[in-house]
Design a protein around this ligand. Structure first.
Ligand SMILES: *Cc1c(COP(=O)(O)O)cnc(C)c1O
Length: 222
């Protein structure tokens, strides 16, 4: 199937007014990204700083680049000039560095706080109990705009486990929105579970393999 066909079939499953499709292009060449762009996609997600920065220089300037992977503090400076939304903020240290680099670039950087919702062992993400405190500090950072939350469900077949994790994130998101009404983005759902995520209230899905085909690495986070 062509990338255009894949894009159209994913879009057909998304209520377009309410849910933003981020095409996850990690490991895929710029030619394929250009095809998705020609099919109408303007939001692309990458998980490595160097790869995203190289692609950014080679592709149309109206692309919104989303950093969806774990971000090391010492690499924030490379993406600060152009990044559209950082999904993976999970520590105070990272928050402060993003604020500093945004200031240097005289811009405001939009972020999501990544909450750890998966019941299986995962390295990254802020424990849900710590999200409100991080959110409060983020709101005090002059060069940061907090857009909402991001989360990843467990990599399991059991759809009910995945649904329960998404519902946990949705209720945390609702609590955050009560506190900060400007929050409007809930980034959850990937190729295997974006239907469920949308049913649970997602406003942004990160879809890679359903658009670009399988990646060569077996683990879906790579
Ligand atoms: C790779 C990745 C995705 C996309 O995964 P697919 O299963 O290919 O859709 C989404 N979110 C994050 C954080 C990722 O690392």
């Amino acid at each position: 199937m062509s990338i255009d066909t894949c894009v159209q079939s994913v879009l057909a499953h998304i209520p377009s007014a309410d849910v933003c499709l981020v095409a996850v292009s990690k490991t895929k060449p710029v030619e394929m990204i250009q095809e998705a762009y020609d099919a109408g996609i303007r939001d692309f997600g990458e998980n490595k700083v160097q790869e995203m920065t190289e692609k950014h220089t080679q592709l149309p300037t109206d692309i919104h680049w989303h950093m969806i992977g774990h971000l090391q503090t010492n690499k924030v400076k490379y993406i600060a000039p152009y990044v559209h939304l950082i999904h993976s903020v999970d520590s105070l240290k990272l928050l402060k560095e993003i604020n500093k680099q945004a200031d240097k670039n005289q811009r405001i950087i939009q972020i999501l706080i990544q909450a750890k919702i998966a019941t299986e062992e995962t390295k990254y993400g802020c424990p849900p109990a710590d999200v409100p405190a991080l959110l409060e500090i983020a709101h005090q950072c002059e060069h940061i705009r907090v857009k909402g939350l991001m989360g990843m469900a467990s990599f399991v077949e059991d759809a009910e486990v995945v649904r329960a994790e998404f519902m946990t994130l949705k209720s945390l998101y609702d609590e955050c929105r009560n506190q900060y009404p400007s929050i409007d983005t809930l980034s959850m759902g990937m190729s295997g579970d974006y239907h469920t995520a949308i049913e649970c209230g997602s406003t942004m899905v990160r879809v890679g393999s359903a658009i670009f085909g399988k990646r060569t690495s077996s683990h879906s986070a790579v």
